[in-house]
Design a protein around this ligand. Structure first.
Ligand code: PMP
Length: 434
């Protein structure tokens, strides 16, 4: 007799969750690290220090095993087949949707659209909401804090519809200028799309307060780019007060190539499809078609089934550790990093001075030194960080620097790793400037 994939997922993940740190606080980093074998290696003879988590997180064994088990036992195409494997694959895929939707506190699984990641989720909203709601002369509010994924799709929409983009400015300490936001909101505002957390500055934005402001002043659709929020903060989409929340699996311990868009049901129903093809139709005629119900209306073609299974396992894993504990741990590391790095001569940290307002991201510049050179020297020490504009060109422009070096933390990083980062940065400064 076949085993239900639903049952299999529940068993595996509960074992996984039990094997990690549980809901204890503070977080048991040593136990967590045992779930991430990739961290246990050397680079040029030095222990790897992985601080590039804002670009992509590492994956725990439980996620890799869930994907492997799906492919080794349960794989077939979803929704169409009547045979056993098709049934199991469909069950795994739809269970994953239900699990991730529950994690976000969505009203139900029908509110979660699977996508390739945050980028596709934001393109989907821009395209479909744009077609339904944005016309000539209408306004779309974004900010100078955007990742290009939450800027370029709106630029494309504005160009198509003859709409105007308005950009909320930033304060000197890396926050959204809320007075400027309030001044930009008006009767022509159709969309407000902002980051929950900035990938380039680390700022946690006051998403709920912004929701209240948007509701008070406009009838606009409020979109949150949650690519850096979902991995690090407990997310309750209904409490946040947004209409859409976009996120990527690979930044939250899940696989690459999968993510999601949470949307309010009424809006998802009102929106036209994003792409056409199999799976998204109800009935096809020679010259027109009718659409399946949301979320399937937005999922043309064979989906990333294993990706969804892996993402559900990631959510199960993060729940086992506890998002509040993860956030607390990252905050402690961030505080530590900010204190140690501030001691390096000529070093300036971008973003809020208060570590409590950041989600584990510390971007910095050393006067007179190239951000890339600093990252290259750190790499020789086994420390992985990122340098550049971080796909947020407007941010580096705003602060008058060509690039920053960015350290970003996650649940498996340690205080010792922060100390090695500070040592490496001190050495980099010496090598480059003395
Ligand atoms: N928004 C933000 C804030 C991000 O940090 C990223 C990824 N760096 C994205 C959107 C895009 O995510 P993805 O590349 O996974 O689609």
């Amino acid at each position: 007799m076949a085993t239900s994939t639903y049952g299999w997922t529940e068993r595996r993940t509960s074992a996984g969750a039990g094997a990690v740190a549980g809901r204890r606080a503070p977080l048991d980093v040593a136990a967590v690290r045992r779930d991430f074998p990739i961290l246990d290696q050397t680079v040029d003879g030095k222990p790897l220090v992985y601080l590039d988590n804002a670009a992509s997180s590492q994956k725990p064994r439980q996620v890799v095993e869930a994907i492997g088990a799906y492919y080794l036992r349960d794989h077939a195409n979803v929704h169409r087949g009547v045979h056993e494997l098709a049934r199991r694959a469909t069950e795994a895929y739809e269970y994953a949707r239900e699990r991730v939707a529950r994690w976000l506190n969505a009203a139900g699984p029908h509110e979660l659209v699977w996508t390739r990641g945050a980028t596709e989720a934001l393109n989907l909203v821009a395209f479909s909401v744009g077609r339904a709601r944005v016309g000539h002369g209408d306004e779309i509010v974004v900010s100078e804090m955007e990742h290009h994924s939450n800027l370029v799709p709106w630029q494309l929409l504005a160009e198509r519809r003859g709409a105007k983009l308005r950009h909320v400015g930033l304060t000197d300490d890396g926050r959204l200028d809320l007075d400027h936001l309030a001044a930009l909101l008006g009767s022509r505002t159709r969309v407000v799309s902002l980051p929950h957390v900035s990938n380039a500055l680390g700022t946690i934005n006051p998403a709920r307060d912004i929701a209240a402001l948007v509701r008070e002043r406009t009838g606009a659709v409020y979109v949150l780019d949650g690519a850096q929020g979902a991995p690090h903060l407990p997310v309750d989409v209904r409490a946040l007060g947004c209409d859409f929340y976009a996120f990527s699996g690979h930044k939250m311990c899940g696989p690459t190539g999968v993510g999601g868009l949470w949307g309010r049901r009424a809006l998802l129903e009102e929106m036209p499809p994003y792409q056409g093809g199999g799976e998204m139709i109800e009935r096809v005629y020679a010259n027109h078609s009718t659409w399946a119900e949301a979320p399937h209306k937005f999922e043309a073609g064979t989906p990333n089934i294993a990706g969804a299974v892996g993402l559900a396992a990631a959510v199960e894993y993060l729940d086992g550790v506890g998002l509040a504990a993860i956030h607390g741990h990252e905050r402690a590391l961030t505080r530590n990093a900010m204190v140690l790095l501030s001691g390096v001569e000529g070093l300036r940290i971008l973003g809020p001075a208060n570590a409590e307002e950041r989600a584990g991201v510390v971007p910095f510049v050393i006067e007179g030194a190239s951000a890339q050179d600093v990252a290259t020297i750190l790499d020789a020490e086994g420390i992985a960080v990122r340098a550049g504009h971080h796909c947020a060109q407007l941010v580096v422009d705003r602060y008058g620097v060509p690039a920053t070096t960015r350290a970003s933390f996650y649940l498996y990083n340690t205080v010792e790793e922060v100390r090695r980062l500070a040592e490496g940065v001190t050495a980099a400064r010496r090598i480059l400037l003395e």
